[in-house]
Design a binder for this molecule. Sequence first.
Ligand code: FAD
Length: 292
Amino acid sequence: MKISEILRQDRGSFSFEVFPPKKQEGFEKIERVVERLCRQHPSYISVTFGAAGGRDSHTADVAAFIRRQGATPLAHLTCVSYTRDELHRKLTELRTLGIENILALRGDLPAGMTPEDLPADRYRYASELTAAIRDFGGFCVGGACYPETHVECSHWRDDIDHLRRKVEAGADFLTTQMFFDNALMYRFLWRLRTADIQVPVVAGIMPITNAAQVARCRSLAGCFFPHRFLMLVDRWGDQPAAMEQAGVAYATEQIVDLLANGVTSIHLYTMNKPTVAEAILRNLSELLPPRT
Ligand code: FAD
């Protein structure tokens, strides 16, 4: 099913993100993760693509496995280090596997590469990849967006302007970068609406379950952490079980506040931890729309 149809149903959505294994040996493990997540009847499950600048590893295979479980997959696809021909081959592969949804991303410079190493005929921005996928035809296309402004963009107005181009190029919906202060999301939604960007926006929520993730979120995505959250890390950061429980409670509270304020599409960055996703869903059992 196309995610644009799911989001159009106006019942809200609850979805998960998983990342694929780097090597074939990890495939069985991700299959078990996906099977458990599917028991929660998510609206869809997204699969990252060579995150942190790496190249593709098994995204299409994991997406195909999700489809075989009867769930809707969303395959991420980055363009920064691929030629146009390589990307067109990937689109053909996804189509052959029956994948209908792609999150079109630029991606980041792979480790050890300089801009001079990148293919000259690449798509430079996600908006260009989005337009190419549209021309290819048959896919629902999503895009990334940044409530705190993308780290490379010096002014939020420029970032919103670039985002508008992405939507005009054909993005059907947007998924946010993780954020830990809902006020940032509400301000961002206001900015989108005043810029007349009207596509559905899915809120990306990351349950932080260990202290190391805080440093990673800061360095990779420039995330702001409210004092209230940092106090939890200070208190329980060196006690894994306690930190996981506090992280689940914080993410739950964030989602409750979003739902209460009309943000009804939630995407959980599961970090391949079904126990965390299950705990959050238990906490929200009466608040989320029924999923079949
Ligand atoms: P773009 O939309 O192209 O934007 C990148 C930068 O360029 C921004 O600063 C933007 O303002 C600027 N820009 C855009 N258009 C123009 C223009 N025409 N002229 C000048 N500047 C412009 N990374 C992975 O490697 N794999 C993944 O699976 C993955 N999944 C993600 C999922 C989500 C929901 C999010 C939010 C991010 C994800 N990322 C992933 C990270 C993403 O690849 C990086 O944040 C990357 O730096 C930007 O990607 P983008 O698609 O947002 O790029």
